[in-house]
Design a protein around this ligand. Structure first.
Ligand SMILES: [Zn+2]
Length: 396
């Protein structure tokens, strides 16, 4: 059971009229307060599908009590820590103000949008700005899609992923503009709603085709790749829930994408139940096609939990069968040579941080890992050195 302060009254989430009270509070824009700590922590109500749902304000998970479902492990355990206060700041309304390392517009003079060196997300190590993949990780994290318990088995589908991503984008802004207006996450496609869905999509994409002088806006597409097929001058990407829509990559972009995201592509191809997510800045061309400017990929498991190696997949196969909650860690913009907690099990009296040391990790990796572990003596630690041991047991 969980208690909230709602419109001046304490209410339990097991109360019979909880859902109707939430719906009422949603319409009145009341802010619920989680009472896991004293003073309580302000939250907000979002509609997920047609369900009013209490969500955390951006990046407030650490303020909740460790046993509270809204608790999040310290951000220093993932790549999020390095970005906080730099690429990601909280503004006065509690929204996350982002500084992006990619452009949301293109100069009108750019003839070939996806050509050459600009086309692929550049590899940088700059914590003052958020990369495209970093943004995808942030949307996943803020959407709560990094959390899992076996009790949810079979219950997470695209419509939930879609709703949570859109809701997460609502809590973010870029240069004072709400990010949600720039993000296209395809809504679940249903044949019977085809006309209405296509109208909404056309309306969302219309700014890309406006014939105005000056810089042209770009949008951010987040979706699941259904298929990648060669076409005469490159590759076309088919996105699930976007029938009839094609995203074009020129040859050079596609070659670079394959090199940079070889692991993500291999993980996707080698497991039947994995999904391959794409995030891309997209622009319209005069001929009516949509072209990717910058693009990044992320592989997720059947539970939609992001993985970056086959070792993480194996670890999640164990963790996702547990009823206790797992929070998957994400790399964000940390370089591969730096450790982060692959997962945290937060519900234990002493939460467990799980680390994977990749094959060929150097002494600097080990030194950084030692620092991370020593900085958090309140956490129990599990470490898997993949070139030395089989996966160690995870005791309950
Ligand atoms: Zn709480």
């Amino acid at each position: 059971m969980r208690e909230f302060l709602l419109d001046g009254e304490t209410i339990s989430d097991e109360a019979e009229d909880f859902a109707s009270r939430l719906a009422f509070a949603y319409r009145g824009r009341s802010r619920p307060i989680c009472l896991c700590c004293n003073p309580g922590i302000p939250m907000y109500i979002a509609m997920i599908g047609d369900q009013p749902t209490i969500k955390r304000m951006p990046l407030t998970g650490g303020a909740h009590h460790q046993a509270c479902p809204s608790y999040e492990p310290p951000y220093e355990l993932s790549g999020l820590g390095a970005l906080m206060g730099h690429a990601i700041k909280l503004d006065a309304d509690g929204a996350a103000a982002l500084r992006l390392d990619f452009s949301l517009s293109k100069r009108a003079s750019a003839v070939s949008p996806s050509a050459g060196a600009e086309a692929l997300e550049r590899v940088r190590n700059d914590s003052r700005k958020l990369s495209l993949r970093g943004l995808l990780h942030l949307l996943w994290h803020e959407g709560g899609l990094t959390e899992w318990t076996a009790r949810w088995a079979g219950k997470r589908h695209w419509w939930q992923v879609h709703s949570h991503l859109v809701e997460a984008a609502r809590t973010m802004s870029v240069r004072g503009e709400r990010l949600v207006g720039r993000v296209l996450v395809p809504e679940p496609f249903r044949m019977e709603d085809k006309t209405a869905i296509e109208k909404r999509r056309a309306r969302a994409l219309a700014p890309l085709f406006e014939n105005k002088a000056g810089a042209k806006p770009l949008m951010i597409l987040v979706g699941e790749i259904k298929d990648l097929t060669p076409v005469r001058m490159g590759q076309q990407v088919v996105i699930k829930h976007l029938p009839g829509f094609r995203l074009y990559l020129e040859d050079e972009t596609w070659r670079r994408l394959q090199r940079r995201f070889e692991t993500e592509l291999t993980l996707w191809q080698s497991a039947d139940n994995h999904h391959l997510m794409v995030i891309a800045t997209i622009g319209g061309s005069p001929s009516g096609t949509v072209t990717a400017h910058e693009i990044a990929l992320m592989t997720v498991t059947e539970q939609w939990l992001p993985v970056e190696s086959v070792y993480e997949t194996r670890l999640l196969e164990i963790l996702t069968r547990k009823c206790e909650k797992t929070i998957k860690g994400l790399r964000f913009d940390l370089p591969r040579a730096q450790p982060y907690a692959a997962a945290v099990l937060p519900e234990r009296p002493q939460p467990l941080a799980l680390y994977i040391v990749p094959a060929g990790a150097d002494s600097e990796f080990e030194a950084r890992l030692k620092d991370m572990v020593e900085a958090r003596p309140d956490l129990a630690v599990w470490i898997w050195r993949v070139d030395k041991d089989e996966m160690p047991d995870i005791t309950d």
